[in-house]
Structure formats: C-alpha cells, structure tokens
Design a protein around this ligand. Structure first.
Ligand code: PLP
Length: 412
C-alpha cells in the first residue's frame, strides 16, 4: 500500500539489509518496537529529539495548545513567541518565516536569494542534503545517496543546469567557480557541518573563506542548519564559528518532534518575501500552533538547561570507545564528532568530503549496525547518516551502548 513500505526512503533499511522494525512507542532515549523489544535510540527521529522522546515539557505544551485548537489560518501569538526566540538565539536572523519542513525552508531560501540578487545560479556542495528540492537533488546525501541515485529521476536537465556542485572543504575550487562566473551566482547553500553523508567537519578556515568569497561577489550565503540548528549550540554553527550567513534554514529541533521548518536572515533580504516583496512563499499550516508550542518548549528547555557541555562529553565518550575498540582490533575507523553528533567511517584517513566518505567500507558499518540492533542499540540504518545523542541519554544508556559498540567492533 505504501511505496517501499515507508513514508521516507531511508527508513526502509535498504542500505543495511533486512526489514525495518515498527515502533509502538518511544520514551526518553528508548524506542519500543511493536514486538516489545527495547532499543537505545541514536537516530532520535533523524535529529529533532534532542530531549529524547516524549519529553514531558513538550508533551504538556502541545496538550495545552491542543485545547485551544489545532490550526487557525490567522496570525497567532505563539508564532510571535517563536520568532522572538529564534531572533534572540541565532545571530544571523533579523526576520524569520516558519514553514512546515526543512525542504520548504531550503526551497524558499534559494528562491529568495534568486529574487533578491536577480541572478540565476546556485552553488551547492557534493554530499550536502537540503531536502528533496528538485534543484538541490544533485549530488545530495541522505536517502538520495543511500538509494544509490544521487540524481533523482524526474529532475529535468534544465532544473539541474543552474546548480553548480563543488567539493566540500575545497576553497580553491569554489574560488575558481566565482572567478569564472562573477555575476551569475545568487547563492551558496551548504550544511556547515555536512551530516547527511555521515558527518564531515569543516576544515579550519573553510567557513570563513566561504563567507569572504560570498561577500566579495555579492552572493547570498545560506547555512542550512536544519540539522545543526539548536543542536550544536543555541546559535547552531554560528555559536561555534564566528561566521554569520545571510540566510539560515532551520527545522527539526525547533518543531519539538512536530513538522516544522524556518527560514530567517537579514531583514533586507527577508523583506523581499510576499506580502512585502515580490518573492512568493506561503503555507496553509505554517506557524501551526501545535508545532509552535512543541518547538517553543523544546528550545526554552535548551535555553534553561544548557545541555551542550554534557552532550559534548557524552559524544567524546562514545567516540573514544569506538576508536579504542577499532585500534585494539586493528581496523581503520574514523569517528568524526561534534557535540551530540557523530558518525562512523571505516576509512584509513579522516573524511573531508563526499568522495572520501563514499570510499569508506560500508560492509563493516552494516555489520556494526546489525550487531548493535541485535543487542538493543539502534544506529542509523545507513553508513551515510549521522548518529545523535539527546539529553535523555543517561550515563547508564551510554555505558550500555558503549559496551555494545565495543563488542560490535571486536566481532568484525
Ligand atoms: C532533514 C534535513 C533537511 C530536510 O528537512 P525535512 O524536514 O526532512 O524536509 C534539509 N536540510 C538538512 C541539512 C537536513 O538535515
């Protein structure tokens, strides 16, 4: 009845083999399958659940909002509260518009950049995933990569023609593109920490170099922080690097587990959106009161509790466990990690770009995935996804998972 049995392709386990489990319920760091198996979850609904599953504060906020109605189609106060919160947290954002998914945010961001600059082309980086926007499904990561068709059928050559793909972490290549086409590039869009091809860390100076080039050529710099926003810090990547983009795409965590996205940035650019400006953008359910309530609760809890130092400690603990186990076994393994995000590349050298990522040994990942799942730990069902930690992962969850990870590597 459902194509591939799933409503989003990477859930289908195609790249690890076997069939996916169905989840009956989820609480804290754990999923319970319909068969009653309990799993420590490192997928966390693919990023949003930074407080773990079914967080009490988020649930209470949604319940309270629910009593007032599920959708109004008029302005409502919770949208204003959300805008205030995002502006207070994210330096680049002077104005913000809510959407219903990250895909809508990136799609709108590139339209806005084109409308603002009057230029046609965009630059993206190989391996960066920005949702299933036609013109961005070129050398994308995530499910597109997992399925082995980085260029989707149904995207016309005309649509792809205005997308220029550059290797991530390669400033000279980017510079060459700008030098060849100084007047045509509307925007550069990137995941500042690519997290849909496994996790790739920006080389020192890369983000600043990118900022400088965009400023020089009058090109809009778009950080797609759908994954990293509110995960790396309250300011996302901008909290770790002193680099301010022109536009930011957000999603995932700011919906607290409900469908959401957002697009924000410099007022001068954002004012081009309808009804103020000529760039059309809309959404029947955008700013939905339930999604706003969930997102507000999630972000306020982050503000109040500042979990980032602890999440970083947990991330380091998992990374060191994996690296230690691989060393003992004599298997080359890279574990890029930043804060609550990490991934496994069975590779001799640190992975800096898409080509190096996909040259990693996927079979070894599949074995670790399978062993972990058989022993109660759920990693992403693909070698090209990132693992997440949440504030609900307690010391004992991490201890238990680390024991399983070490045993999984030992068993290779
Ligand atoms: C998940 C993701 C998207 C797409 O968001 P959806 O809500 O799935 O449409 C876009 N960009 C990045 C970096 C993402 O991780």
């Amino acid at each position: 009845m459902i194509p591939g049995g799933v409503n989003s392709p990477v859930r289908a386990f195609r790249s690890v083999g076997g069939t996916p489990f169905f989840t009956r319920s989820a609480q804290g760091a754990r999923l319970t399958t319909v068969d009653g198996q309990e799993l420590i979850d490192f997928v966390l609904t693919w990023g949003p659940a930074i407080h773990g599953h079914n967080d009490t504060e988020i649930r209470d906020a949604v319940r309270e909002a629910l009593d007032r109605g599920t959708s109004f189609g008029t302005p409502n106060p919770s949208e204003v509260a959300m805008a205030e919160l995002i502006l207070a947290c994210v330096p680049a954002v002077q104005k913000v518009r809510m959407t219903n998914s990250g895909t809508e945010a990136t799609m709108s961001a590139i339209r806005l950049a084109r409308g603002f600059t009057g230029r046609p082309k965009i630059i993206k980086f190989s391996g960066c995933y920005h949702g299933h926007v036609d013109s961005l499904l070129v050398k994308a990561g995530s499910g597109a990569l997992t399925q082995g068709n980085p260029d989707s059928a149904g995207v016309t050559p005309g649509t792809a023609a205005d997308t220029i793909v550059v290797e991530y972490n390669n400033l000279p290549a980017l510079q060459a593109v700008f030098a060849a086409e100084p007047q045509t590039i509307a925007a550069v869009i990137l995941e500042p920490y690519p997290a849909n091809v496994g996790l790739i860390l920006p080389a020192p100076g890369f983000l600043q170099g990118l900022r400088d080039l965009c400023t020089k050529y009058g090109t809009v710099l778009i950080f797609d922080e759908v994954m990293t926003g509110f995960r790396l810090s309250l300011a996302g990547t901008q909290g770790l690097h002193n680099v301010v983009p022109d536009l930011v795409c957000m999603g995932k965590i700011i919906g607290g587990g409900l469908p959401v996205g957002a697009l924000g940035g410099r007022a001068e650019i954002m004012n081009q959106l309808a009804p103020l400006g000529p760039v059309y953008q809309a959404g029947t359910l955008s700013g939905n009161p339930l999604a706003m309530a969930a997102g507000l609760a999630a972000v306020r809890k982050l503000q109040r509790t500042n979990p980032y130092p602890r999440l970083e400690q947990l991330g380091v603990q998992v990374r060191d466990t994996l690296l230690g186990a691989a060393k003992a076994k004599g298997i080359p393994l890279q574990v890029p990690q930043v804060g609550s995000m990490f991934s496994l590349f069975f590779n001799e050298r640190p992975v800096q770009n898409y080509d190096q990522a996909i040259a990693s040994n996927g079979d070894l990942y599949r074995k670790v995935f399978r062993y972990a799942l058989d022993h109660g730990v759920y990693l992403a069902p693909s070698p090209y996804e990132t693992a997440f930690l949440s504030t609900a992962h307690e010391g004992r969850d991490i201890e238990q998972a680390c024991t399983v990870f070490a045993a999984a590597v030992k068993a290779l």
